[in-house]
Design a protein around this ligand. Structure first.
Ligand SMILES: *Cc1c(COP(=O)(O)O)cnc(C)c1O
Length: 808
């Protein structure tokens, strides 16, 4: 987009005038932000319309990415970058005495996701638009996104995230494109003209109203759409009054109960609760999404038989799996298609990504509850399963054990992962190791039955947000060194490898990291009152708090290091600042205990003069996309230390390497592919392998007590936890405070192998210290990591999905 400074100034002033009847002098920073946002929307609207027209006139195949979560973060600056007007806009605002970064501070993160899964969906939208792929997002417009985290007295406190309070500048409400979603009621089967007809009555109708957000491609005139659905009561002249019996208070109560469906994002990461409201949410956005796709498709005037040639629906984990029976319902009940034909089309339309092997995260729904809420969908799932079990019977005649094990309906539950595998043509894992575990362990029987369905698509990240936007100085250095082709073709980053030993380049790389670190140090000083040394190693673990991610292992190493420094004040280590950023699910007791421990340890160490600033621990509150953008460009060390086999892919690992951090890692998820990309000499590995972990779970042979008894360091650490010595002014900790943690480690046999991997981790951390002392070597490692990060751009991932899964 070509715009000069004067045009932007003129347009911006006009926008302020039209929206608020104010000039630049009078307008608050908030109004300036909304005026600029409105202006950007105006700038992209022509291309938005043009893109939509292009797609429908050429009848190109469309991809719909269904996801319960889209973790979008902020859009102001990334939209400016995509339009190619960030610099000129910055200059224009400067002329008006406005700092673009201050305007960005006004924007609230759209935190409609928990972590990696939701961020992946957001990154994929960016890549699809930037690759000119006709790709749309379909999700829920939660009134409250993921909770805001405050740390009070060392503990996590959750505060509602009122991100819509001042209005969301990027969305457009499309009331005329609303649909009815039906819950409950009775289903009857009658005959009409010799055909079965399904009558669904006495149901509760809910209005699904879409809000569209433009997804702007990078400098390519493409604007795709993220459609988020909001739940509303149907107009009062419809069911509203009769349902509430004319009773005003009841009517209002009813309105609230309806709106509850899109009220709040469940704050669980990798842990399903089986709540009725969650099931309502899932059917709500899936039904609205499929209905709107079908209506739009029919406008093209094509036969329903060709649906899958023009439409691909991707389900991000099992949360949108009801897209399968919902599409069947529409094809069979509303379009009068024979079951076999409808089933063939459904399978060819749907593809599925699995995100985890944790058994507690595998969704399943109680039959009774499901039947009552979604009676017709239940009948369809029963029929899908009846036919599937028939196929199994033909193949494995008499092997009832196997058939039972694979049945979608089992022990009074519907298994959503099985439904998703049976009802789709493609099932993918998100890193090579994860896909192998799916094929050989978790879904082994299904892989034997349908070998063609399973495939790998390693996750990716958008280099536009995580490098171009988050680390502009580094992006500039890269462009000055190898040209700017890498922005369109991220694999070109590999050209940087030639400069990894170049002293001049290394020096520049160091300076950029250093200035990023200084900026973060000031932020920490201002917001937390903690002085940190920008010359210390910035060691960062930022991700959801979960036992399998093993923040606890990190803390144990810190406690051990602290003990060593106290024992030997002259200990020769590079000063290190350990950063944590992590939200715990509000109901996850152990995760909250670990947050408390990190803060207790930090408080103790940061205030102990004997440490002489050799170690600092900083817990940054409210980890979210915008904080990640601040933090990751400052990292020297990236902590990716999950129990091997548990982290399906990880994407944080990719963001850090792209910003020049060296990874300390277990051989888990995409860490393995990072190792392959950078070579073993440019990553620090430790710990149990996935097959060893799986073998211990299967055959036993691990005793955490044995490890504990033999390791003096661990005995000291656990003793410290028991003594409550961590007590200090800000974080009050009593003697039994951490019994939950010690019990799980010692008396529950340490499910995540923290004690088992402790020694290897401590040694790996010493290796980091040693490597860092050789600065030229360290800068070389850092450069190689950046150079090899291009393959993890989500553009590559999306190209693979487009070619091999969606056929676009
Ligand atoms: C990338 C990202 C994640 C995922 O991090 P992992 O280390 O892969 O778990 C979580 N939260 C936010 C805010 C992110 O940006």
């Amino acid at each position: 987009m070509h715009l000069d400074k004067d045009t932007i100034i003129k347009d911006f002033k006009r926008k302020l005038m039209v929206m608020y009847a104010e000039d630049v002098k009078e307008a608050s920073i908030m109004h300036k932000y909304y005026a600029l946002g409105g202006l950007i929307k105006e700038y992209c609207s022509k291309n938005w319309l043009r893109t939509n027209k292009l797609y429908s006139e050429n009848k190109v195949k469309q991809v719909y990415y269904f996801s319960m979560e889209f973790l979008m973060g902020k859009l102001l600056i990334s939209n400016l970058i995509s339009l190619g007007i960030k610099e000129v806009c910055e200059d224009a605002l400067k002329e008006l005495d406005i700092d673009l970064r201050e305007l960005e501070d006004v924007e609230k993160d759209a935190g409609l996701g928990n972590g990696g899964l939701g961020r992946l969906a957001a990154g994929f939208l960016d890549s699809m638009a930037s690759l000119k792929i006709p790709g749309n997002g379909n999700g829920i417009r939660y009134k409250y996104g993921l909770f805001e985290q405050k740390i009070v007295d060392g503990r996590q406190v959750e505060v509602p995230d009122r991100w819509l309070k001042e209005g969301y500048v990027w969305e457009t409400r499309k009331h005329d494109k609303a649909f009815i979603v039906r819950f409950g009621g009775d289903v009857r089967v009658t005959q009409e003209d010799g055909r079965f007809k399904i009558i669904h009555e006495n149901y509760e109708p809910i209005l699904a109203v879409p809000y569209d957000v433009p997804i702007i491609g990078y400098n390519n005139d493409t604007v795709n759409t993220l459609r988020l659905w909001s739940a509303e009561a149907v107009d009062k002249d419809f069911d509203f009054v009769s349902f509430s019996n004319g009773n005003y208070v009841k009517a209002v109560e009813y309105k609230y109960s309806v709106e509850a469906i899109s009220q709040v994002l469940y704050p669980d990461d990798s842990n399903e609760k089986g709540k009725l409201l969650r099931l309502k949410q899932e059917y709500f956005f899936v039904s609205a999404g499929v209905q709107s796709i079908v209506r739009k498709y029919k406008k093209l005037g094509l036969s329903m038989e060709k649906f899958n040639e023009y439409i691909a629906i991707h389900i991000n984990d099992t949360h949108p799996a009801l897209a399968i029976p919902e599409l069947m319902r529409i094809l069979v009940d509303e379009e009068n298609m024979p079951w076999e034909k409808a089933w063939d089309i459904t399978i060819k339309t749907i593809s599925f990504t699995n995100h985890t092997i944790l058994s507690e995260a595998m969704e399943k729904w109680k039959l009774e509850m499901f039947k009552k809420l979604l009676p017709r969908i239940y009948m369809i799932i029963e029929e899908i399963n009846r036919r599937f079990c028939g196929e199994l019977f033909d193949r494995y005649e008499g092997d009832w054990n196997k058939i039972n094990k694979m049945s979608i309906i089992q022990d009074g539950y519907i298994r959503m992962a099985y439904l998703s595998i049976v009802g789709s043509h493609s099932v993918n894992g998100v890193a090579e190791l994860h896909t192998e575990i799916l094929k050989n362990v978790v879904f082994k029987e299904f892989n034997d039955f349908y070998t063609h369905k399973f495939n790998n698509k390693t996750n990716g990240i958008t280099h536009r947000r995580w490098l171009l936007k988050a680390n502009p100085h580094l992006a500039k250095l890269i462009s000055n060194t190898i040209g700017n082709n890498w922005i369109r073709e991220p694999n070109k980053l590999i050209k940087l490898k030639r400069y990894s030993k170049d002293r001049v380049f290394q020096e520049k790389l160091l300076n950029i990291k250093q200035s990023n670190k200084i900026e973060l140090s000031n932020f920490v000083k201002q917001n937390y009152g903690i002085s940190i040394d920008p010359n210390s190693i910035f060691d960062v673990q930022a991700k959801r708090l979960h036992e399998y991610k093993r923040q606890l292992l990190n803390v144990f190493n810190i406690m051990n290091l602290y003990n060593r420094v106290i024992e030997n004040p002259n200990l020769d280590i590079v000063p290190r600042t350990f950063f944590f950023g992590a939200k715990a699910s509000p109901g996850y007791y152990m995760a909250k205990e670990i947050i408390k421990l990190i803060n207790a340890v930090g408080n103790r160490i940061n205030n102990d003069k004997r440490v002489k600033d050799k170690i600092k621990v900083v817990f940054l509150e409210n980890y979210r996309v915008s904080l990640a953008e601040k933090l990751i460009p400052c990292a020297n060390v990236s902590e990716q230390i999950s129990t091997a086999s548990k982290e399906a892919s990880g994407t944080g690992n990719m963001k850090f390497m792209m910003n020049g951090a060296v990874t300390i890692a277990t051989l888990d998820g995409a860490n393995i592919e990072i190792k392959e990309a950078v070579g073993e000499e440019n990553i620090v590995l430790f710990g149990l392998r996935a097959e060893e972990v799986i073998n211990y779970y299967k055959n036993g042979g691990y005793s955490s007590i044995d490890i504990y008894e033999k390791d003096k360091r661990l005995k000291n650490i656990i003793q410290t936890l028991k003594d409550g010595f961590l007590d200090s002014s800000n974080v009050s900790v009593s003697t039994n405070e951490f019994d939950g943690i010690t019990n799980k480690l010692l008396h529950n046999n340490d499910e995540f192998f923290v004690l088992k991997d402790f020694d290897a981790y401590v040694r790996a951390q010493s290796k980091i210290d040693m490597l860092y002392k050789n600065q030229s070597k360290w800068q070389e490692m850092s450069a190689v990591n950046i150079a090899c990060s291009g393959r993890f751009s989500s553009d590559n991932t999306i190209k693979e999905y487009a070619k091999n899964v969606w056929g676009v």
